[in-house]
Design a protein around this ligand. Structure first.
Ligand SMILES: O=C(O)CCC(=O)C(=O)O
Ligand SMILES: [Fe+2]
Length: 320
């Protein structure tokens, strides 16, 4: 990332653009978040897991696999999770069982990740040729502006060793629903895979102190399909517990989402056939929670048939 400030800026911007157009995923280093902070986050997350989460995992998820009930196993992900919210309001002080220094470190980490997400949105605007480099960030705001700030949250996951990795995934294949996702993953235990354009699963191997970036469904809609959200999954492993910390920089729940008019005009000259819907982000999330592990296209189709309340439409501040 530091190459963006030097002579190699052009080549680096191009690399990022290619990754957004062809992979929906890329991995960044020299992103400005210190190694010391990352090491602390990793150490404390692992400590918290073994102190407070491991036993609970055995009693809940692991016991379902042991019971061997087919329906339950089909609906199972071999992961132990904890959710933290940062925006619009932090809930970190209210999450039980966290040690105070862990709360502080996670607040600091989230602050850095938020800055990184917002810088990446500016980079995407520039690469997309959008005149306003704040366009994407603004598109994530709801009509109430400050009160309707983007949502930003972190899912802290641990994927313990699994006795039957052929039966269950760590996390089943899905695209992410939101905007930009920043992932800090275990530097030793692997498992994340991305589906490439040839339909093959490709490993995203651990790389110490790197951050994996991927794009969610909303960026696909707003960029009118120039950028794509891409299917990914986590394989369960027989050895070692994998830690991953995924932070989701998403639109405000009342943000009105639709393709950027400037990009829509550009694509009129192309042969692009997909048309994207216009909807309120919260409505999308309601649908997504039931259909997360299915393809995104039927979700986009369903949103075309959903009406937007006149109030939501009239409050939208961006040009339609
Ligand atoms: O654990 C990972 O590497 C990915 C997690 C993920 O894809 C998700 O939570 O949406
Ligand atoms: Fe994901």
């Amino acid at each position: 990332m530091e190459k963006l400030n030097g002579e190699e800026r052009g080549a680096t911007m191009k690399l990022i653009n290619d990754a957004c157009e062809n992979w929906g995923f890329f991995e960044i280093v020299n992103h400005g978040i210190s190694r010391e902070l990352l090491d602390n986050v990793e150490k404390m997350t692992k400590g918290h897991y073994s102190r407070c989460m491991e036993e609970r995992f055995k009693q809940t998820v692991a016991s379902k696999l042991e019971a061997g009930d087919d329906d339950q196993v089909l609906d199972l992900d071999w992961e132990s999770t904890l959710y933290l919210r940062h925006l619009p309001q932090s809930n970190i002080s209210h999450i039980p069982d966290l040690q105070d220094d862990y709360r502080e470190v996670m607040k600091d980490f989230a602050h850095h990740l938020q800055n990184l997400a917002e810088s990446l949105l500016e980079i995407f605007c520039e690469n997309l040729g959008l005149e306003d480099k704040g366009y994407l960030k603004k598109a994530f705001y709801g009509p109430k502006q400050q009160a309707g700030a983007p949502t930003f949250g972190t899912k802290v996951s641990n994927y313990p060793p699994c006795p039957k990795p052929d039966l269950v995934k760590g996390l089943r294949a899905h695209t992410d629903a939101g905007g930009v996702i920043l992932l800090f993953q275990d530097d030793k235990v692997s498992g994340l895979q991305v589906l490439n354009q040839d339909g093959r699963w490709v490993d995203v191997p651990p790389m110490r102190h790197s951050i994996v970036i991927n794009l969610g469904d909303q960026l696909e809609v707003i960029t009118n399909g120039r950028y794509k959200s891409v299917m990914h999954r986590v394989l369960a492993q027989t050895d070692g517990t994998r830690m991953s910390i995924a932070s989701f920089y998403n639109p405000a729940s009342d943000a009105l989402i639709y393709p950027a008019p400037q990009l829509l005009m550009l694509s009129k000259n192309n042969t692009s056939t997909t048309t994207y819907p216009k909807f309120v982000f919260e409505d999308y999330m309601n649908l997504y929670s039931a259909l997360k592990f299915q393809a995104k296209e039927p979700r986009f189709e369903a949103m075309k048939n959903m009406s937007i309340s006149p109030l939501a439409r009239s409050l939208a501040t961006r040009p339609a």
